[in-house]
Write a protein that binds this ligand. Structure first.
Ligand code: FEO
Length: 404
């Protein structure tokens, strides 16, 4: 892959990771890219690096344009390993470069490298860096999605280099939204955006809204958004901003997703009348078995749906482990604006459904309770109970959905 000019004198010099299928536990069936950008100006400037395994890829791209030893400035927008871990390799080639980074970024970088031999300029929101004919203005975005995070705006080119925000895990030969949608589809791209948001940015909806509002007040003209993963938004950068605002404001489909696991199929049998009850109320429904589905896929489908019903057998008086793990993962993502309920089978004393509701309440989700519990094996009367609970749950979902 060669460097791709994205604006006059500004080049994508990143790497495409076609092979990655597990991104720290998040499944990435479509791979990803690590995007970084080189500004060829009076002072050659590199914005971000790439994951260490790909350092030679970015260096080849850079060498196609300029000797890496000529890089004078390096901006580190974010110190997570997928964007920072080639910094030592690059600094070996250009040891006198000045690194521009936030204070928190510098403190974190110190934990990874001996930085005593490198030069730093600590930047804050509003600070600028002149590369010659171009000016970079920095915008700190703490907790979007790490404490150190920031974005870089190139005024002369109306270009926002947005770091992880607005990215997607997609390996593609296309660099831009219009190219990608010509080759694949807009729907596929939206799918990738929602997947990324659900698994990485879900906890930060309020911060996202506040930061987009702050951006709006900055009087920055933006006609291109270049994230650190996936395609660059040049045809319609407003589209991704609107998608983020919609998700941050709680947009979801009127659908119930049943997410369950099962030991001897009793909890699984319950999903059938539940599904039929939900359908009878006119609501779309999807069923996901946890041990057959990667957690990040279940998270995404939950995020796209207005409500979830969680099914868990009781094992040793507590939730089935895969269900407990899913809910623990979800707790960290702090879901909002979703309705929840639970069901499950038990043999001796029960307890899993109660625990599931406790988990929902810890997350601050609205719930429909009590859920349904079945002793050993669902009989005809249990099927009727499940059908009725599914129907009521769907009716409450319809009402709840009207709030958004
Ligand atoms: Fe793509 Fe937060 O790293």
């Amino acid at each position: 892959m060669r460097a791709v000019q994205i604006k006059p004198g500004i080049f994508w010099v990143g790497a495409i990771d076609w092979a990655i299928r597990d991104f720290h536990g998040y499944v990435t069936p479509d791979g990803t890219t690590y995007n970084n950008y080189l500004i060829l100006d009076k002072h050659v400037t590199l914005v971000d690096t790439v994951k260490h395994d790909f350092s030679e890829y970015t260096l080849d791209n850079i060498r196609g344009l300029v000797d890496p030893a000529k890089i004078e400035y390096i901006v580190i927008n974010h110190i997570e390993n997928d964007h920072m871990s080639s910094i030592d390799r690059i600094m070996d080639l250009t040891p006198n470069a000045m690194i521009y980074i936030t204070e928190r970024g510098k403190k974190a970088l110190d934990r990874f490298y001996d930085t005593s031999r490198w030069e730093f300029t600590i930047v804050k929101t509003g600070h600028t860096l002149s590369t010659g004919a171009k000016t970079i203005t920095f915008l700190e975005t703490p907790m979007l999605h790490w404490p150190d995070s920031m974005m870089s705006y190139v005024k002369e080119d109306k270009l926002l280099i947005s770091q992880d925000a607005f990215g997607q895990h997609v390996a593609t030969s296309a660099r831009f939204d219009d190219e990608y949608c010509d080759q694949s589809s807009t729907t596929q791209l939206e799918h990738s955006v929602r997947d990324y948001y659900a698994n990485i940015l879900m906890p930060f909806g309020q911060l996202i809204k506040a930061k987009i509002a702050e951006l709006g007040k900055l009087d920055w003209e933006i006609d291109m958004i270049a994230p650190d993963h996936g395609i660059i938004w040049r045809k319609d950068p407003g589209k991704i901003v609107k998608m983020y605002l919609d998700m941050a404001n709680g947009k979801a489909d009127l659908r119930v997703v049943i997410i369950y696991d099962t030991m001897w199929q009793s909890t699984e049998f319950m999903t059938i009348p539940l599904m039929e009850g939900i359908r009878a109320a006119g609501v779309d429904v999807e069923v996901i078995k946890l041990r057959s589905t990667p957690t990040s896929v279940a998270i995404k489908r939950m995020w796209e749906s207005r409500a979830m019903l969680v099914g868990t057998p009781t094992l040793n008086n507590i939730m089935f482990p895969s269900v407990a793990e899913f809910l623990q993962h979800l707790l960290g993502l702090r879901p909002k604006n979703r309705l929840a309920g639970a069901f499950g089978s038990y043999g001796w004393g029960g307890g899993a459904v109660k625990e599931a509701y406790e988990a929902f309440k810890k997350m601050g989700l609205e719930v429909v309770e009590p859920g349904v519990e079945v002793l050993y094996r669902p009989g005809v009367e249990d099927d009727e109970k499940c059908f009725e609970f599914g129907k009521q749950f769907a009716e409450k979902t319809i009402e709840y959905h009207k709030k958004f």
